[in-house]
Design a protein around this ligand. Structure first.
Ligand SMILES: [Fe+2]
Length: 489
């Protein structure tokens, strides 16, 4: 009958439309494994006589200069450097105009041995009482060997304070590392969130371990002397090397790279938190005890309660070992920390978790696996709007090379993954929006490859979705070659 036929046709049309719609939704959410491959430079460290490791000419001139945030809220810095020939003063002269140093701060000096290597004289000076949003010039060393640098303090803590972070991991000291560092320095980011594995000095033996810590300090000075790097420790910092009687974990790292852990009531420099601009940044240690009742667990439980999203809307967690990783390299290594902390991340609506360790790039959807327990049978991660985005940026370019083997098929939780070197930036615009980019190192240029608008988890829904669309459209028009994913974040 013609009526039935029309009904059947309508039904068919409805089914067909639903099929197309559902397919298109699936396509939006399907993860992408990038097939991009380009020749990389060999994964070997740059020779020590290369100019990137140059020692300053003058006798006992400060070298390996680096700064990090010194307090909880960004009104202090810790300035560190090494003198090679004699101790010299642990003194910083500083002020707000060039060559005019109104203030002086005194610190302390330390050194250590590693096998038969004797470190240089390592200076750490705490400089506090700084004004927000101010450029400071500083001078270290004495006489002709004195050196001068500058840094910019962050704006005062506030919910809509824009700020641009860079994220780098597993850097090492190869030509690929140099490419990452140079590309990062073009980004305009103001502070580095470093997710562990600094020098890869533990790839060497005997006295060369210490020597490669020194060369790395000189290598990164071009950035670390001028803006804070926020340090998290990785496995290459452990340096448990009993064959030469070196069994104290993190010995080189802890002597060289201080953190402001006391300001946040942490009991160890390995885990701590800072607040900077509109972000609350929590740094965890994958290689320190973290199970229930341990100092790191107790501290984190309290620190997460101190987070005030009205003041610092953005809650960012750094750790070395990724909790969600679909690369064959280091697969499941983050599972123990996931079992302990994932529920807290969701309860406290962490915005994003940055990790390294895997020498590739990967980004997850917002997913969680907190319903799993050893007897529940709920084995799979599920979409969870309260969960953070997990991003692995272990692609700094160290001598171990790329982790090129992703698991197949790509798990549903994995949104984008690519085995290339690069770095990320997170540009916070206000309390609701941040622009995120992962920048691949291409031949001599950086290419924004994975990009999206990150919506704040606490303030989500306070701005109309129309503005999300508009922002995405603007970004898409400005960067037609890159992916903008605004649906999921
Ligand atoms: Fe690692």
């Amino acid at each position: 009958m013609p009526g039935v036929t029309r009904m059947q046709s309508l039904l068919f049309l409805l089914l067909f439309t639903s099929f197309i719609f559902l397919n298109s939704v699936n396509n939006v959410n399907a993860g992408i494994t990038s097939v991009f491959i380009r020749d990389e430079w060999p994964s070997v460290d740059i020779p020590l006589d290369n100019e990137v490791f140059a020692v300053p000419n003058e006798h006992n001139a400060p070298q390996q200069v680096h700064i990090t945030q010194g307090d909880y809220d960004g009104k202090a810095v810790i300035i560190s450097w090494v003198t090679a020939d004699e101790p010299g003063p642990s003194k910083v002269q500083y002020g707000t105009s060039e060559k005019n140093y109104e203030f002086t701060a005194d610190g302390k000096m330390t050194n250590y041995t590693f096998y038969k290597y004797n470190s240089g004289y390592i200076h750490h000076v705490f400089v506090d009482g700084l004004e927000y949003d101010t450029k400071y010039y500083y001078k270290i060393g004495t006489g002709d060997s004195a050196r001068e640098f500058w840094f910019q303090t962050p704006p005062e803590i506030g919910p809509d304070v824009p700020y641009k972070f860079g994220i780098i991991g597993d850097l090492g000291q190869t030509y690929n590392s140099l490419s990452t560092l140079e590309h990062y320095m073009q980004s305009g980011a103001q502070t580095v969130l470093f997710v562990g594995d600094l020098a890869y000095a533990d790839r060497y033996q005997y006295n060369d371990v210490g020597i490669r810590w020194d060369s790395w300090g000189r290598f990164v000075e071009r950035s670390t002397a001028y803006q804070p790097w926020i340090w998290a420790a990785g496995n290459h910092e452990i340096e448990y090397m009993p064959y030469m009687d070196e069994v104290v974990p993190f010995k080189s790292y802890l002597h060289r790279y201080p953190t402001p852990y006391l300001a946040c009531k942490s009991s160890s420099p390995m885990w701590y938190a800072i607040r900077r601009a509109s972000a609350h940044i929590v740094v965890l240690s994958s290689y320190s005890p973290f199970v229930k009742y341990t100092p790191q667990w107790v501290w984190l439980s309290k620190e997460l309660k101190r987070v005030d999203r009205e003041k610092t809307p953005w809650l960012i967690v750094l750790m070395h070992v990724p909790i969600y990783n679909s690369n064959e390299a280091h697969f499941m290594e983050g599972e123990s920390m996931r079992a302990v902390f994932e529920e807290w991340f969701i309860h406290h609506k962490v915005d994003v978790v940055f990790a390294g360790h895997v020498h590739a790039y990967e980004r997850s959807y917002r997913i969680s696996n907190i319903r799993y327990n050893v007897s529940s049978g709920e084995r799979f991660p599920v979409p969870d709007k309260s969960a953070p985005v997990y991003i692995t940026v272990g692609d700094g370019g160290n001598q171990e090379g790329l982790a090129g083997r992703f698991r197949d098929p790509q798990p549903e939780y994995s949104a984008f993954r690519e085995a290339s070197y690069g770095h990320s930036t997170l540009e916070i615009r206000n309390r609701t929006h941040a622009f995120y980019h992962w920048n691949r190192n291409d031949d001599g240029k950086k290419v924004a490859t994975d990009s999206f608008v990150l919506h704040n988890q606490y303030w989500v829904g306070t701005t109309s979705s129309q503005s999300y669309v508009s922002l995405s459209m603007i970004l898409n028009m400005a960067n037609p070659g890159i992916r903008i994913n605004w649906l999921w974040h």
